[in-house]
Design a protein around this ligand. Sequence first.
Ligand code: PBG
Length: 302
Amino acid sequence: MGSEHLIYPLFIHEAEADEAIASMPGQSRLGPDGVMATVERAVTLGIGAVVLFPAIEEKLKTPRGEECSNPEGLVPRTIAAIKEAHPDLTVVTDVALDPYSSDGHDGIVSPDGLILNDETVEVLCEQALCHAHAGADIIAPSDMMDGRIGAIRDALDEAYFSEVSLMAYTAKYASSFYGPFRDALDSAPKSGDKKTYQMDPANAREAIRELELDEQEGADIVMVKPAGPYLDVIRRVREHTTLPVAAYQVSGEYAMMKAAFERGWLDERAVVMESLLGIRRAGADVILTYFALDVARWLRAG
Ligand code: PBG
């Protein structure tokens, strides 16, 4: 494994100062200086890409998440700053409404509590275009609405952004391992859960159906998430596609391991490397992991 196979997720916020995330020791919500310093380290260590997740101020959250496509918003400003300083670093952006939604869902919620798939997809297309205009290299829709890969692909192509790639969250499970991430962004659903649009953890074959749809709709990279508890799904997806496969070692996987390292119960370097080796062995080409900087440092130290 090399550091070029790693994608480092960054949490960003409006405030100047960085703010530690309690349930993700070692990770912070980064202010503008923190982002640039962290990106600089990632580039120096040979990390291939970063993915941005914004913590949006409560006063900017609305039922339809309009802030998600504000060209002056936190994400487009951060993309532009990173690309200006490091044109060769791949910048991936998250497309979904949860950071912007006053309901804390990835889609627009109807008055009777249903997620409005098609209305949401229209908004996601605007969000994707906003990121592309700012200079994003890869758009990664994590929302799990039906038909969004094809719709975003068409919207990008029509706006002459055919060189912007799509990394589809192809098999994103309704997992309990996302808890620390939702703390980090303060984005937990206000009511209900995400089971109507994320996948049932008991279901492996559905991943292949989602894969076929994402391929037809024009995905460039397909992702499985979480990673560690879903190695069989990574393997199945690997065997059914010639596209690059990504896996997301999520916040809960990180938090569990960190908690054990802090107590001295497990050896950090050996366990992290083994966890990533398992994900690579299952068939992932690239891994999104909060350990990316540590791993790149260890690989360099040899
Ligand atoms: C939401 C999103 C989530 C994660 C990435 N994008 C959480 C969710 O679906 O509620 C989780 C990542 C992690 O836990 O590290 N669009």
